[in-house]
Design a protein around this ligand. Structure first.
Ligand SMILES: NC(=O)c1ccc[n+]([C@@H]2O[C@H](COP(=O)([O-])OP(=O)(O)OC[C@H]3O[C@@H](n4cnc5c(N)ncnc54)[C@H](O)[C@@H]3O)[C@@H](O)[C@H]2O)c1
Length: 432
């Protein structure tokens, strides 16, 4: 099939490469000229395991092209995927300006019948808006389909090549059949392609992210209570997670969720619920709790140092919002760095991948360290913020030698409290 992808970011580039890899001709379009000229030279703008090889291979074999021309992308394809940003507006609702302005251009440029697929996460009713706009502008038959994306950054390729499910939202039998054929190679093992109406499909994406965010905030709040009552959240996690109705995943307490999806999607669903007069009160609490949880390590740090952080050197391990990605959107680390600087502390930070994206935000204000041990030099305390594998089994005696004081605040519960005590560390974690 001849496909185009409009918006070559995390979703667009990964999806474009995967569609090309199953034999389709794919044109990836973006307005970012630097990104496109880099991609033409094989430079991948994001860190995602396995992506570079897949992009290079398919580009070399002539199935994957890059362009800044929306005209080329629209006119040379039969199916157009919208993978555009939908950031939060000031009031929390999803900002659809990128999506609608592109749809406007597609309507003008369409040179034959096409299928337009919305992969961006968009509020219920957006597909209706896209249809209306195209009906006004286009001279051809334009089917519009909702096809939300469920990939996770860090395992995006795996998730796209073997999705747990594919959701296709359309009442058009023809469009559904074409998309089913396109996705068939990815679900050979029997995972479902679920066809539903457009509104339900749009809502399914928000429901998935809101539910997962709720699980996280629930565990974080419970962890905070565990500290008060003297219970261990790790034991509780195992105790409840073995119940298949609850499930083992997303039960890890921590420093709050971040990233480009959960925070904005929770806010957008709250906004939709309010607009329709059915406020989702659970989600309001989830969102509020998450903002508070981003400061949990700082509350512990302040308590330990009796609110005297001025002049202290604080090391941070991990800047990206989760391991295996360089995405720092809404990352808890950024909140921590700002609060530490406000309190007059010095910050020494290390991350295996994300330093180059954080550096422009805090240039000259904090020290960026190439190695995790270097970040510990003369540190009064270490905050473990992202659970990168390389932090899991460090050389604790080397750490102790490097640090001014052996104080660790573990925001991801990656170390054992008993062992840390035996090794002579003052150790704090979450809910234990
Ligand atoms: N990142 C994820 O993990 C993820 C997962 C599932 C769904 N989503 C959703 O997918 C959508 C895209 O997310 P993303 O993370 O890929 O965003 P992104 O910011 O990484 O990529 C978006 C791309 O669109 C480009 N763009 C902006 N305006 C454009 C225009 N007018 N024409 C062409 N290109 C334009 C940007 O330059 C950018 O490269 C969002 O709605 C998001 O919520 C993201």
């Amino acid at each position: 099939m001849n496909l185009s992808i409009i918006g070559t970011g995390y979703v667009g580039l990964v999806q474009g490469a995967c569609f090309a890899d199953t034999g389709n001709n794919v044109i990836c379009m973006d307005i970012d000229e630097k990104k496109i000229s880099g991609l033409k030279k094989g430079i991948i703008p994001i860190y995602e395991p396995g992506l570079e090889e897949l992009v290079r291979k398919n580009a070399q074999e002539g199935r994957l092209e890059f362009t800044t021309s929306i005209k080329t992308a629209v006119q040379k394809s039969d199916i157009i995927f919208l993978c555009l940003p939908t950031p939060p507006s000031e009031d929390g609702s999803a900002d659809l300006s990128h999506v609608l302005s592109v749809v406007d251009q597609i309507g003008e440029l369409a040179n034959a019948d096409k299928i337009v697929v919305s992969k961006s996460t968009v509020p219920v009713g957006t597909v209706d808006k896209i249809k209306q706009l195209l009906k006004k502008k286009a001279k051809f038959q334009m089917d519009v389909v909702s096809n939300p994306e469920f990939l996770k950054e860090g395992t995006a390729l795996q998730d796209s090549l073997k999705p747990d499910r594919v959701v296709i939202g359309t009442k058009s039998k023809k469009a559904a059949a074409i998309l089913q054929e396109l996705y068939e190679p990815f679900v050979r093992t029997g995972n479902p392609i679920i066809i539903m109406d457009e509104h339900s499909s749009e809502m399914t994406k928000y429901a998935a992210n809101a539910f997962l965010a709720t699980k996280i905030s629930f565990m974080n709040e419970l962890a905070n209570l565990c500290e008060e009552v003297g219970a261990d959240i790790d034991s509780i996690r195992k105790g409840i997670g073995s119940d298949p109705r609850i499930g083992k995943q997303f039960l890890f307490p921590g420093v709050g969720y971040g990233g480009s999806c959960f925070p904005k999607d929770v806010k957008a669903l709250i906004s939709t619920s309010e607009e329709f007069g059915r406020p989702l009160t659970i989600l309001r609490s989830v969102d509020k709790l998450n903002e508070e949880q981003k400061k949990v390590l700082l509350r512990k740090l302040n308590k330990h140092f009796k609110d005297q952080l001025s002049g202290k050197t604080i090391a941070i391990w991990g800047l990206s919002f989760k391991p295996q990605t360089d995405d720092i959107r809404e990352a808890p680390s950024l909140v921590m760095i700002r609060e530490l600087l406000n309190a007059g502390a010095k910050v020494r930070a290390h991350d295996p991948i994300a330093i180059s994206v954080v550096e422009p935000l805090f240039r000259g204000k904090i020290d960026f360290c190439e190695s995790s041990y270097d970040a510990l030099k003369d540190a009064d305390a270490l905050l473990v913020v992202t659970e990168w594998n390389e932090f899991r089994n460090p050389d604790f005696s080397k750490m102790k030698k490097m640090m001014k004081k052996p104080v660790i605040l573990d925001g991801r519960n990656i170390y054992d409290p008993k062992e840390m005590k035996e090794k002579g560390f003052t150790y704090f974690s979450i809910g234990r």
